[in-house]
Design a protein around this ligand. Structure first.
Ligand code: PHE
Length: 355
């Protein structure tokens, strides 16, 4: 267009601006009339220009005017197609809208399935007199290891298994919820006689240097339980866990205790629940064994009581730690733990049946 006389250039720009401003087909039709219609004043103006031009310029000017008109026509055609398209889209939207339908219900937020499961565990233990305790996720080595009788050469203390906060002395991300045992016993030791003992549940996040895969995550959840009293033995632990598993999984739930080892309990055991999916026949969830391991437990080691200022000659207790993701995966038949952390609302909604 730069070859055109100023007047033609101005006419082109004015047209473009008017075209962009056309918001609907009616306006476009008016614009069309004004530019290229038979009565169109702009087209007439161009003819006047041509007539007034000196003879030797007429040829060139005439070609430029034709080019300009071509541009106008093309612009109008494209804009018309756009506006027709928009009108169609609007019409089909209007058709799909049924004024008699109830308004859409706004999406409601809900508690995360893992939090719901932990809440349920708390509710199961509440009637037995357990209250809820919390401990920090950034722990000291003393609470996470020393107070729990975990020896210096134990693999859990290695930097391959644990996230240390090197710049902050002996701080680390707790590897289990058991340090809450130490914190609570230390706090309540002076009043334990008056209280008649200690019992609590401590749900929370724990961290281990695990690569993420369908059954491992560097962050997961545990629910710790501790009871300290007089003359506490394995039978109390077994009775308590049997009750809890029945409350969680139904009256037919069966519990199995296998000997195991933890530095902070003696004796120690691992606790399995008969696979609620196959009833014990063996399936994918229980890997054919008929049992699913859900927690570690045992009688509190005398060194642990002593470290926290409780006399093991007088007091004894049991402790357990339940794997929350494991339990949730089993109950909901979720094969991949990562689903719990991806926050895909379709998965979370499907977990509605977890409680
Ligand atoms: N802290 C143990 C773990 O993380 C579980 C446990 C808790 C075992 C309490 C015994 C007693 O594996």
């Amino acid at each position: 267009m730069s070859l055109l006389p100023q007047e033609l250039r101005d006419a082109y720009e004015a047209f473009q601006a008017a075209l962009d401003a056309c918001g609907d087909l009616d306006a476009l039709m008016r614009l069309k009339g004004a530019y290229i219609g038979r009565e169109g004043s702009h087209a007439a103006r161009m003819m006047d220009l041509l007539k007034a031009a000196p003879k030797e310029q007429k040829r060139e000017l005439g070609a430029s005017i034709n080019a300009l008109k071509g541009k106008w026509e093309e612009g109008l055609r494209i804009r018309q197609a756009e506006l027709e398209d928009a009108r169609k889209r609007q019409a089909s939207l209007a058709q799909a809208w049924d004024p008699e339908l109830p308004p859409p219900t706004p999406a409601k937020g809900a508690m995360h399935p893992l939090n719901r499961l932990m809440d349920r565990m708390v509710e199961v233990f509440r009637p037995l007199g357990y209250h809820v305790e919390e401990g920090p996720e950034v722990e000291t080595e003393a609470h996470n290891f020393d107070g729990l009788n975990i020896p210096a050469d134990h693999p859990a203390r290695g930097s391959a298994d644990t996230f240390y906060l090197k710049e902050h002395g002996d701080l680390l991300l707790r590897t289990h919820t058991s340090p809450v045992q130490v914190r609570v016993m230390q706090r309540l030791a002076p009043t334990i006689e008056a209280r008649g003992g200690i019992r609590f549940l401590a749900p929370g996040r724990v961290y281990r240097k695990d690569e993420i895969d369908p059954t491992h995550s560097p962050m997961f959840h545990q629910v710790e339980g501790l009871l300290v009293g007089k003359g506490i033995g394995m039978h109390h632990l077994k009775g308590t866990l049997d009750y809890a598993m029945k409350a969680l999984f139904g009256p037919k739930a069966e519990v199995r205790f296998r000997p195991s080892y933890f530095p902070f309990t003696e004796p120690s055991c691992e606790v399995d629940v008969r696979c609620p999916l196959c009833g014990g026949d063996g399936c994918r969830v229980c890997k054919g064994s008929g049992w699913v391991e859900l927690l570690g437990a045992g009688l509190v080691h005398p060194n642990v009581l002593r470290f926290s200022g409780i006399d093991p000659e007088v007091w004894s207790g049991f402790a357990f730690g339940i794997g929350v993701e494991r339990t949730a995966m089993m109950v909901s038949q979720t094969p991949d733990l990562r689903l719990f952390f991806e926050n895909d609302t379709r998965f979370l909604a499907a977990m509605g049946g977890l409680d």
